[in-house]
Design a protein around this ligand. Structure first.
Ligand SMILES: C[S@@+](CC[C@H](N)C(=O)[O-])C[C@H]1O[C@@H](n2cnc3c(N)ncnc32)[C@H](O)[C@@H]1O
Length: 276
């Protein structure tokens, strides 16, 4: 099931950013990787929300059906699923490493508990405040306008944090844990559709905050490849794992475009492995 694509500096002709996309279940793929090799993980796991209800998208009432991977499970099944991939991330991260996991209020508590159980220490729960959230159609609660990103580390003080850059990007004052911005713009969706594509500015900030050029970044739920695009843009190495073949292909196209490579150049095995 594993399918890898990988480019070396020579192939890409740009930054030294080998990357690899793996078509597989993330826990299965991570189990084959050596311990303590990654510096940063960004994970945008299933929120398990596709329950046949409705929501508003582009001004229209639509059925919530993001795919089989998002179908509801029991709380015990969700806990078991989250525990497996989070434990693998813990094993793969270096002591200086960080994990960032996106969550809505639906999975925030379970993911937080699994991070604790795996041994991680939470540094922040970042609130992503959306400037253009869709309306709440049910009118039985407040309009949902936020998601969260839990930032956790393996060691309380040894983790890398690019404090000065964050302050600089925030106009010279300490950056807070509330990040405000729009939903993913259409301009970032020109190469194909993914139902839960994250905006690039979020991933760029996370990558700049917790990794340095040349570091290895892993995304176990790679989706449309947003983390990959942000990672190669900032000169980090990247491994993305994704279950949906069409999303592996979309990720490939988006990363190729970022590196200035043609679409069809999609199976060029390099001599440079991102793990090395
Ligand atoms: C919330 S989306 C990630 C979206 C991504 N952050 C982006 O910006 O495009 C989750 C993705 O994980 C994939 N997925 C679900 N279960 C998986 C598993 N066990 N292993 C690998 N990928 C999985 C889904 O196909 C989906 O594309």
């Amino acid at each position: 099931m594993t399918k890898s694509f990988c480019f070396s500096t020579e192939t890409a002709g740009t930054l030294p950013v080998p990357f690899q996309l793996i078509h597989d279940d993330c826990t299965t793929a991570m189990r084959t990787m050596p311990s303590e090799t990654a510096v940063r993980v960004f994970a945008d796991p299933p929120y398990f929300l596709s329950n046949g209800g409705t929501s508003c998208s582009g001004g229209k009432r639509v059925k919530v059906d993001k795919g089989d991977w998002d179908k509801p499970l029991t709380p015990a099944e969700i806990h078991s699923f989250n525990m497996k991939w989070i434990s693998e991330c813990y094993r793969l991260l270096k002591v200086t490493g960080s994990i960032f996991v996106s969550a809505s209020f639906h999975n925030l508590f379970d993911v937080g508990q699994c991070l604790n159980e795996a041994g991680f220490i939470t540094r922040n729960i970042i609130t992503w405040q959306k400037t253009n959230p869709p309306p709440n159609l049910g009118c039985r609660c407040f309009k949902h306008s936020t998601e969260f990103i839990i930032w956790a580390v393996k060691h309380k003080s040894k983790h890398f944090f690019n404090y000065d850059l964050m302050k600089e990007l925030n106009g010279g004052t300490q950056m807070t844990d509330v990040w405000t911005g729009s939903l993913t713009p259409k301009s970032e969706k020109l190469l194909g559709h993914h139902p839960t594509q994250k905006p690039l500015y979020l991933l760029e900030r996370i990558i700049q905050a917790a990794s340095q050029p040349g570091d290895l970044v892993l995304d176990p739920f790679c989706g449309s490849g947003t983390t990959g695009v942000a990672t190669v843009r900032h000169g980090r190495r990247f491994i993305g794992i994704e279950l949906g073949e069409e999303y592996v292909e979309l990720s490939q196209k988006r990363i190729n475009k970022e590196l200035g490579l043609p679409d069809e150049q999609n199976i060029a095995m390099s001599d440079q492995n991102p793990m090395e």
